[in-house]
Design a protein. Sequence first.
Length: 744
Amino acid sequence: MNRHPADPTFLARLSTRLQGKAHNALRVALSQYVTNGLSVALGLVLIMLALFESAGLAAAASAAVGVIITSLPDVPSPRRRKIMQVLPAPVLGTPLFMLVQLTRQDALLLGSVLVGGTFLAVMMMAWGKRGGPICFSLLFSMLFSMAAPPMNSLEEVLLHTGWFATGAGLYLLWAVLTTHLLNQRFRAQLLAECLHSFASILRIQARRFGPEPDHQALLEAMLDQQANFADQLQDTRNVVLESPTTRPRQQYAAMLLSLLEARDHQLACDLDLDVLLEQQATAPHLPALHQALNDTADELQALGMALLLGRSQPSIRPIPDLRPQLAGALPPRTAASPPLVPQPMRTDAPDVPALLRNMADRIGHINDEAVKLAALARGDVAPELSLVRSQWQLFVGTTQWSGKPLLGQLSWRAPTLRYALRATLAVAAGYAISLHLPWATHEYWILITIVVVMRGNLAQTVQRRNARVAGTVLGCLLVMALLMTHPGAKMLFLVVALSTGIAHAFALRRYLYTTIAATVSGLLQAHLLLVGLRPTFAIGERLADTLLGALLAWLFSYVLPSWERSQIPGLVKRSMQAQGQHAKLALALLDTSQTSDVNWRLARREAYDSLSALTLATQRSLAEPRQVRPPLEPLEALQARSYQLLAQLTAVKSLLLLRRGQLDLALATPALERAAQCIEAELSSTAPATPADNPASFSIAGQPYLERPDMLVAADLTPWLLRRLQLACAMARELRLAASRVQV
């Protein structure tokens, strides 16, 4: 039934929805994306104005191209070797800019430069996320050079190339300077983004405790969020864990490590969840678990907003301890069980109160880390970072440029090589067609559309095709309206700078906004290069060029395709190897004198990252033709089993780190060794080891589930450990079986 607008319930929901939208808009406005975009815009406008005042409009227009192509790889990143992240763009882009100018009078030579330059640029994608911005820097160096009027002499070519290099060099200095000035701000913003993402994960987890949850839909949403979170975490590690030598940096680094611990506890919430949901006796108590997760998510989101707003430490509110609330909502504890002695596993009904207390304890651990996060942000707790201070380089992504990634993509089936060939053919076809069209085409605009729409996979190509056409229409209308007002040079510089900054800010968040802003920036930049300040603009021709370029990009996506199913085996292999290495280190019992667990932390990161890559590839395959899609059901099962194995091993590792004194090491040590051998054998597809064939060797005590260790005096947690080891071995076997079903 429809709600009347005056209905209080309707008004309350509308108010809540509007508040949520306003909160999200504020969060985006304060994010590192917008800060970085504003930094790019400010650098561009300052350089353009300086050169306009000193050398004129033509110099400023050519220098602006150098600034734009150098700004593309300028994203929040570590301060050290920042110059090496950005430098390849102007070093490789400057000769391409000049080559286009030298060959403008010869269509065949110009086409050869475009074809060769496109192949070179796209092969930069072999370096992954670092190579992507460099790729587009090289492409735009050529295509914006085509927008400039042909030069009549070598001196003119050298002069404009010199202005291009001047703009690039000035922005290079600007990028290094602003990275140092904004470093502390970027640390807070990146951490706040991770807090918000983790809060979203907690809300999905909470919904799994709700009435009649849609398990499949929630599982897919959880896998999607976990994959995005893993990607965000690496970007955050790169900045937050770099040189934690001052107290504020140490606070942010400690908060990030605490957030990683909270993620592990959230993952452990899946342990025994199915058993809990099947028991009718748990129904009255599940809302308390649901509420605790949502309350913790709200507090983490508020903490993230406090970081974005730059609030002082005393004004950051502490996060309340929810353990008393959780304990009060659980059933009363029964009488103590008899001493726990290893024996064959019981098959009778589970102890529901103990199961609930265990689940509440895991949620309590998440809340503990949230409380610690707020305490660190307030300065109430001193960060303990001896490990990170001495070995932070291990957690930060490399900025070195080596030839190994490129060599790995030179085989015929390599996705980057196929992408490069596909893009090169599309650019060649677009250029050839543009020379024979009946209307006055702008070849560079057709080619720009091709290179920004065509991606390495069909899913992103289709998404960008639609956004590109819509964004170009809106951008053309905005440019036409602006030029009708006869703006001066300085006004055009400001609009170009602002639109470039907006395109930079939303490139990874809202591509429609990026393509609108990029259209405005690109058209005005080309307008300045070609006709100066004269208000000439043909919207019909631009739209025709855009439609043609988008069509060619989409059609050539089916040429030499690199379907996701061809990448799946390698991603599955990587994930299985990462899981095996993580299991080996998670089950290692460190000597009492050995305090560093850095190798385990690195293995844990690789396990999450490899699983994230597999999840993203599976999602992209949904846009591909049905006949070439990989088998989705076993892939989803493999991802679910992988997270469940990580949850089991995380629970074991937490026990070894925090409750070692409550273990019988005479039983625990050989059990850990046998479990590690079992999991390694399962995940390496070799014959199962003895422990997997003989489950009795991992028999647990008569009481399969224990409440919080601090509720029992001197509790022996060895039976609990043995059970987790048994379940981990069983999960490893299921993971291997799921992997074997992925026949692509």
